[in-house]
Design a protein around this ligand. Structure first.
Ligand SMILES: *Cc1c(COP(=O)(O)O)cnc(C)c1O
Length: 378
């Protein structure tokens, strides 16, 4: 593990070391919190606190970072997705908050471009809503969106993610939705860094925007941040933080611990103060090293790519040409994952292997290059 000590607590459970070259994926642990974040969480764990007051205060930090009217720490981006839709459904009605997930009498349709359907969109219907798709898997028109909106529309959802098609684009989506008096909610879970994205979608007029706290921001893995317009965010609070009410809201199973609130806020402040250029350079030099060591393999073209619409930081991408005769992508991945340490790289859903550097700890890039060479040149 390149000088890092494998934690005793994992060892005791029989869990072996892995290298995460697949990005901030939940399945591999999200991200690693900085010592300052862990220290703040440790401090927070040692005292009782009014959790609602704490999250409202933390929400002010979130709102400032996102340049939004109001913010809140959530139990992940998925939890924020549930809360955004719930808020659009209930508004400020306490009776509605109590009634969810039964949507009777409430607007309950979430409109989403078909090309943005994804494995996380179940969260949009969790509060009792229904998804209404528009367009095709590839594209959509303004008319498609217009036709999908009706008097039952609670909100239009927009998803920003690597390789995700944009349909009519976020600006046109917002324009059309607002023309119909319908709010736009955004799932941008893994779109930071760059930190300018924290405020980007708010500036474009989105009503609420959600990010994961445990991905690029480096907060607790089960944290997230949600920010947006004040009235909708008040409805979010009602659906999630009515902790003293006799009937808790739909957000109760997604509670945020005091430690996670403090962890997220601390990570967010470090993230917004960080030297993005220096971090990018580090990823870039690791990517270059691996690319150089994998150069000249028959039938394999290695390119370092960093297009932010597709890639999470600079990373070597391996393309397999027609004359490639080595093991299949699935076989390569299997051999990497079952080795010691297990190495998890991206790719497979497309015809490529990509080696994402954002979570590769110092020195691990050499282990990755060596193992790839064993498999590809062996
Ligand atoms: C990771 C991800 C989520 C879920 O975020 P959590 O913080 O893990 O709840 C939702 N949407 C997209 C596009 C994601 O990448």
């Amino acid at each position: 593990m390149a000088g890092r000590v494998w934690p005793e607590a994992y060892k005791k459970l029989g869990i072996s070391p892995i290298i995460n070259a697949q990005s901030w994926v939940t399945a591999l642990g999200g991200s690693i919190m900085r010592p300052e974040v862990l220290q703040a969480m440790d401090d927070a764990a040692n005292a009782f606190v009014d959790v609602k007051k704490l999250n409202l205060a933390a929400g002010e930090v979130v709102a400032r970072s996102c340049e939004a009217e109001r913010g809140l720490v959530t139990a992940g981006c998925s939890a924020a997705q549930v809360l955004m839709v719930a808020a659009c459904m209930t508004g400020l009605s306490e009776a509605n908050v109590e009634q969810l997930p039964d949507p009777t009498g409430m607007k309950n349709e979430v409109v989403l471009f078909k090309g943005q359907r994804n494995r996380y969109d179940k969260a949009f219907v969790t509060p009792g809503a229904t998804l209404v798709e528009f367009g095709t898997e590839e594209s959509a028109t303004t008319d498609d969106l217009e036709n999908a909106i009706n008097e039952n529309t609670a909100c239009v959802a927009f998803v920003v993610a690597p390789f995700m098609p944009e349909g009519i684009g976020i600006e046109e989506t917002i324009r059309v939705a607002h023309e119909h008096g319908v709010p736009v909610i955004v799932d941008a879970a893994a779109e930071v860094p760059p930190r300018s994205n924290l405020s980007k979608f708010h500036k474009l007029g989105a009503d609420m925007v959600a990010f994961s706290g445990g991905k690029g921001i480096g907060g607790p893995q089960s944290s997230g941040l949600l920010a947006g317009k004040a009235d909708l965010m008040e409805a979010v609070v009602m659906n999630s933080l009515n902790l003293d009410s006799s009937i808790a809201g739909i957000g109760r199973p997604m509670k945020v611990s005091k430690e996670n609130i403090i962890g997220l806020v601390t990570a967010l402040q470090l993230f917004t103060d960080s030297d993005e250029t220096a971090e990018w350079e580090q990823w870039s030099s690791k990517a270059q090293l691996v690319a150089e060591r994998l150069a000249g393999i028959d039938g394999v073209r290695v390119v370092v790519e960093d297009d932010p619409a597709k890639r999470q930081g600079p990373q070597p991408v391996l393309y397999f040409e027609d004359d490639y005769k080595g093991p299949s992508i699935a076989e390569i991945k299997n051999r990497l994952e079952t080795g010691d340490p297990g190495i998890f790289v991206g790719g497979g859903s497309r015809d490529e292997i990509n080696i994402v550097m954002v979570n590769v700890q110092d020195g691990e890039e050499i282990i990755i290059a060596d193992r790839m060479n064993e498999i590809l040149r062996g």
